[in-house]
Design a protein around this ligand. Sequence first.
Ligand code: NAD
Length: 506
Amino acid sequence: MKTILSQLGLNNKNLGSSTGTQWFANGSEISSYTPVNGSLIGTVQTSSNSDYEKVMSTAEKAFKEWRLVPAPKRGEIVRQVGDALRENKDALGKLVSYEMGKSLQEGLGEVQEMIDICDFAVGLSRQLYGLTMHSERPMHRMYEQYHPLGIVGIISAFNFPVAVWSWNAALAWVCGDVCVWKPSSKTPLCAIACQNIISKVFEKNNVPEGVSCLVTGNASGDLMNNDKRVPLVSFTGSTRIGRHVSKTVAERFGKTILELGGNNAIIVSEHSDLSMVLVGAVFGAVGTAGQRCTSTRRLIVHESVYDKTIETLKNAYGQLRIGDPLDAANHVGPLIDTKAVEDYLKAIEKAKTQGGKIVVEGGVVEGAGYESGCYVKPCIIEAKNDFEIVQEETFAPILYVMKYSTIEEAIDMQNGVPQGLSSSIFTNNLREAELFLSHAGSDCGIANVNIGTSGAEIGGAFGGEKETGGGRESGSDAWKVYMRRQTNTINYGTELPLAQGINFNL
Ligand code: NAD
């Protein structure tokens, strides 16, 4: 790990730097421990209030220059960022895996997502299209254009410590915005590594200091919520903190992108292919140790295939290997910290008290190799959809299973939670699939057929409804939120006719 840390420009003690990108940090220290074995990876200094001010004023200045750089030229710099990420994919992927605890495959996959979004953003830099409209008045032309917004504040969660930032930053940069990133205090080293990688590209291209900034420590998040210089706050995290961010930013009429918690379900129809269900459901429930916003939390199974599905799942769970996520032989890595382990244990107890029946036993894994205390057994609990605990998102590998008899009932159960992120049905029945995708079907931002709930591609807009916050990031036309829309009407005639035929004679 030492070689990787030094390749990514990280030390035991990471202080703010101001070359190429902006990061000032003179506040208290935070320590980053790996959940893999509990050891200290390094410490990071947080940004004090005056550091925050310095960063913001540099970002404000940078925006005035950056917005004048033609969008395709901004795209060219993002293309080089993508290449720098390609060069560092291995090292950054390993650090993601080590600091966050996800499997190496998933750590590398996360960096691949960053590369993919850079490629997407390069193309987008030539496609920031507005519409033209026909004016109702003679010799008038009407069109709309999109202008850069300004400073985009990015607040990210621990579970996708690098990809979420890049989804926002790559698009924001080609849109002409500058970014200030407040990463999770649980994964600060990943953020500094990203800044170090891109600062070389920015320096080489004489990108103004402040186009990509970093602030560290939770206090900076709240400063950003209240800061009128930040027209857009893109927040990824829990519904609890998201609610606070949403209110605070709305109070000052700022915009938000809210990417909050999920409570995702797979419907297993009697017309499904069970071998496909197995891969989708098990990866969805235990991948990243159940710490994805799109993790499968509920399995809604048709009564006629219920027993068989449960038996198959039990067998599969029996074969899961829990351990060091950097070892490719293991399926399940650790939770992020021991607080997450407590939440997992409490959720299991609550489910039991509320009437849940254990199908696959959970618990903390102990002994050699598990010294961090963060490894838990993926568990399955038979439950009812309206149990209080089933209605909540527990960020751990707990899968609730339940029975249905009609497809309408299954869809009601799938929709019957406060969150609305990802959903899926496994069926080979066309009518069921189409009903699930129709306006009478899933109410989630993501609805899949014969694919699990997790593992979205960057080409589509990503996000969810209800308590998931309503934000959309990444592909499709998600870029529009990073820009302000302006409608322009030009009169090239010699008369001044008013709209709606209003007469105003002087
Ligand atoms: P969290 O809400 O605890 O923290 C998220 C971020 O908010 C962190 O950077 C944290 O430091 C910061 N923060 C804390 N207090 C703040 C404040 N007052 N103002 C501004 N920022 C503040 O979430 P977490 O535990 O890091 O991540 C897990 C949660 O994130 C889960 O609920 C998961 O579903 C959600 N998530 C959602 C998506 C999505 O796209 N919908 C993606 C990833 C994670």
